[in-house]
Design a protein around this ligand. Structure first.
Ligand SMILES: C[S@@+](CC[C@H](N)C(=O)[O-])C[C@H]1O[C@@H](n2cnc3c(N)ncnc32)[C@H](O)[C@@H]1O
Length: 260
């Protein structure tokens, strides 16, 4: 997969392939990340890449001509790529969107700076706006790097063992189960016995149950968008009755406490 990033800081963005699995994928030619810098298209002595907003107010905008020229260079290099503008006003990046984007052979990411990009340029040049979340960053570079990392993990051959991506949180809708390594006893806390049993079926069942319980406790919103299988439904019901029992026991204990 080829990523092109229109950014004032291409050296920084290209560093996303300098470590770990993305480094290996880049060296193997499975992914590539190329920066396209609007500053390379500036024609004045100061190599200006910003401009004042009409209507006044604080801050500057990305200059239209240099941003447009860098986009055109990216399009020429990556002719099949849709253009994604990283923006706090876009669709929030989540695993389904990551999987959608991973089907593209090429992607151009536009990283804004200052107060952002001229609205007409967004309307005419951008296919999709993607947000990292409901907060404002100083620029779109970190967003581009997050997107590149998450999308690359979905591309066959990028991870050493593709099955690990299939077990990750959100891959099968739910949060991932807890994981343990040696030692068996860590400060008096034991690795769950089932994980040491060697019984594949029971381990799988335990993992699914943990995923469901965690999702219920930490991300109840995940249950709003999912039709549960019979197994999942019975696990939820069992988790609910465990929670209910725990709360009854706790309430009983609370009653014994002095009322301050
Ligand atoms: C300071 S921000 C501009 C924010 C813009 N004035 C607004 O409030 O919508 C500069 C650039 O950072 C990037 N950015 C900021 N927050 C982001 C977010 N939550 N997700 C993705 N990109 C973001 C965008 O590319 C944006 O053009």
């Amino acid at each position: 997969m080829q990523f092109g990033v229109v950014t004032l800081f291409p050296d920084w963005v290209e560093q996303v392939t300098s470590v770990g699995v993305l480094q290996r994928a880049s060296e193997a030619g499975t992914i590539s990340v190329t920066g396209f810098n609007p500053r390379d298209h500036a024609t004045d002595n100061h190599r200006t890449v910003d401009d004042r907003p009409f209507g006044g107010g604080p801050g500057m905008l990305m200059q239209v001509s240099t941003t447009q020229a860098a986009l055109a260079a990216a399009r020429q290099a990556l002719p099949q790529a849709p253009v994604v503008y990283l923006s706090p006003q876009g669709r929030q990046l989540d695993q389904p969107l990551v999987q959608e984007l991973a089907r593209m052979p090429q992607l151009i990411l536009l990283a804004g700076r200052y107060e952002g990009v001229d609205e007409r340029l967004v309307a005419q040049q951008v296919d999709l706006e993607v947000s990292l979340g409901d907060y404002v960053l100083s620029g779109g570079e970190l967003g581009a790097m997050v997107l590149i990392d998450a999308v690359s993990r979905m591309i066959p051959g990028v991870l050493g063992d593709q099955a690990s991506a299939e077990q990750d949180s959100f891959a099968n809708h739910w949060l991932d189960c807890p994981h343990y390594t040696r030692p068996v006893d860590y400060q008096g806390h034991q690795v769950p016995a089932v994980l040491r049993s060697g019984h594949h079926g029971r381990i799988e069942e335990w993992r699914l149950r943990q995923s469901i319980d965690r999702s219920w406790d930490r991300r109840p919103d995940l249950f709003e968008r999912k039709t549960l299988s019979t197994t999942e439904l019975s696990m939820v019901n069992e988790h609910l009755s465990t929670l209910e029992k725990a709360s009854t026991t706790r309430d009983g204990k609370d009653d014994e406490k002095p009322d301050y």
